[in-house]
Design a protein around this ligand. Structure first.
Ligand code: SF4
Length: 155
């Protein structure tokens, strides 16, 4: 069983209450980025860790500590959540640090596909700014009941 870990976005989990339903559902169903694992040798998820919050313009290197916590349990592959891949402005720096620090670690970008990436980003923008209705969380986006603020609505 290949041991794997997941690195997620702190903002979506801590501030938007994301329970990682898409990531874990795809893992259970062996879909998305988990589809390539062989049926007879399924992945073993040893743990999930989040980035620790946006690291400022100069601190992205600290991501090594988060990955080390999973490396301590012998992971062979690290899956970056699809949220992190699509919306994190530090993704490139995170990848550079992780690849340099752990050259033998397989890195997989994304955990699950999106039906509509633009709608996802629009929803995340709304969940962050909370302009239309407060409070809205990740489940409002997942269950497609999210209300989106449009500047034109005010006119
Ligand atoms: S640094 Fe990236 S992954 Fe971490 S909270 Fe910020 S946007 Fe999310």
């Amino acid at each position: 069983m290949p041991k794997i870990g997941i690195l997620g976005c702190d903002s979506t989990t801590r501030e938007m209450n994301c329970v990682m339903i898409g990531c874990l559902g795809n893992l259970r169903g062996r879909q998305g980025s988990f589809a390539p694992y062989a049926q007879e040798d399924p992945p073993e998820l040893v743990g999930i860790i989040h980035c620790g919050g946006c690291p400022t313009a100069v601190g992205s290197d600290r991501i090594w500590q988060k990955v080390q916590a999973l490396m301590d349990y012998g992971i062979e592959a690290l899956h970056l959540t699809s949220c992190l891949v699509e919306i994190c402005p530090f993704k490139k720096e995170f990848l550079q640090t992780i690849q340099k620090e752990y050259p033998d670690l397989k890195i997989v970008e994304g955990t699950h596909p999106f039906h509509d990436v633009r709608a996802f980003k629009s929803g995340i923008q709304e969940l962050t700014s909370q302009r239309a209705v407060t409070p809205q969380k990740m489940n409002d986006l997942v269950f497609k009941r999210i209300k989106i603020h449009r500047p034109d609505d005010e006119e």
